[in-house]
Design a protein around this ligand. Structure first.
Ligand code: RTP
Ligand code: MG
Length: 371
């Protein structure tokens, strides 16, 4: 008899033909990275066990959108007690935040989070705290000598809030950012984020929840209550596609270092309807339209409002030719040359026409906010 580990999740898939949501049990076998699916209602096998390279261990967490043979599934629940136990221990979440003093280092910090810390970013949102938001967020410190300075600092400019997923996320992220005081961090944890990007005792670049309870409260506060605010003038829209999320930090860093302003940013998960709505003008125009719709629904995307003089042509120039092969030959110093794979997976989408800049930004930062 062979023993094997098998995890079980309850997933949901929207059946477009029938217009209903169907539930499936998804089994994942980590030994050979294989999956199997059963219809949750009639318990019949829907997909026989098959080795796959689309769903991996790091895609398995509650709320995750996964892609199985072009079908989009959402993990809504653990399917058994064993899976719940293992995943609750291994895949916890915490709230992380890049503070106003680290605006120019947002890209570098995100790159370290993903590629050095090996955290998964499952939510991301750039917002500005009002005074009262900062007061509420740091209510535990009310009355302390540094409280007023902290509230003023935290409401002085944009912050980036993130939900990070990893094993023992609260502790892992606190270790990664280092001691509160930047000077102390430089001495005792020189590779920590606060040592690398902080300024002093208050301006220390990043925040991390100090317990699971704080994490839950802070995540609800930022992701449940606060809204991004787009400027909606002199703007263009930049979208980092799912395959390039691994390089999101590097892309954001180049955008900032090239002198563009990121005035709004959020991570979205598009379903087919939303993707078709946003990319509507390319239907029948771009031969790879169907491929693009398919790709942008396979995982998270990061959308930004970008501002500068003459921003639409300037950002297009930074993105480079649509086809990464052509970009590498003709415009090697562009985002698509660096990070693109093919005409569908070409790293980024950016606004084409100056008159569409505001409209594209509005789609994400007004229309989708209301849903
Ligand atoms: P955080 O909450 O921001 O992740 O930081 P922490 O847990 O390491 O430190 P905490 O004691 O919660 O302090 C919250 C933030 O207040 C500012 N602070 N300034 N000048 C000072 O003496 C002082 N002490 C704390 C820092 O921005 C600190 O991160
Ligand atoms: Mg704290």
């Amino acid at each position: 008899m062979t023993t094997f580990i098998r995890y079980c999740f309850i997933t949901e898939m929207f059946d477009q033909l029938a217009g209903i949501v169907r539930q499936y049990q998804l089994y994942f076998y980590p030994d050979d990275n294989s999956i199997e699916m059963h219809d949750n209602k009639n318990k019949k096998i829907f997909l026989k066990r098959v080795v796959n390279n689309e769903v991996t261990f790091k895609d398995l967490y509650l709320g995750s959108d996964i892609n199985v043979y072009s079908r989009k599934l959402k993990i809504v629940e653990y399917g058994d007690a064993f899976t719940k136990k293992v995943f609750e221990e291994n895949r916890s979440s915490t709230y992380a935040m890049i503070k106003p003093d680290a605006y120019m280092n947002i890209g570098k910090i995100i790159d370290l989070i993903i590629n050095e810390g090996k955290f998964t970013i499952s939510k991301l949102k750039m917002v500005k705290f009002r005074q009262e938001d900062a007061q509420e967020f740091y209510a535990e410190h009310k009355g302390k000598p540094f409280y007023d300075g902290l509230v003023n600092f935290m409401s002085s400019d944009l912050i980036v809030g993130m939900e990070l997923i990893s094993k023992d996320a609260v502790k892992a992220w606190r270790d990664f950012i280092g001691p509160t005081n930047t000077e102390t961090a430089k001495k005792s944890a020189p590779r920590s984020l606060r040592a690398l990007f902080g300024t002093d005792g208050t301006k220390n670049a990043v925040h991390g929840s100090d317990s699971l309870q704080s994490a839950s409260r802070e995540l609800n506060f930022v992701f449940g209550k606060l809204r991004p605010l787009a400027a909606l003038n002199n703007c263009s829209c930049l979208v980092i596609k799912p395959h390039a999320i691994q390089d999101a930090g590097k892309i954001i860093d180049i955008v900032l270092q090239e002198g563009f302003e990121i005035s709004c940013m959020e991570m979205f998960y598009l379903d087919k309807t939303k993707a078709e709505e946003f990319f509507e003008v390319y239907k029948g125009v771009l031969p790879e339209y169907a491929g693009i719709i398919d790709h942008v629904t396979t995982g998270p995307i990061i959308v930004m409002e970008i501002r500068q003089e003459n921003v639409v042509p300037a950002l297009r120039a930074l993105c480079g030719p649509h086809d990464p092969e052509i970009a590498r030959a003709l415009r090697p110093n562009t985002l698509r040359a660096y990070f693109g794979k093919d005409r569908v997976k070409n790293a980024v989408h950016c606004t084409d026409l100056p008159e569409d800049g505001i409209l594209e930004v509005q789609y994400f930062f007004e229309l989708l906010q209301e849903k």
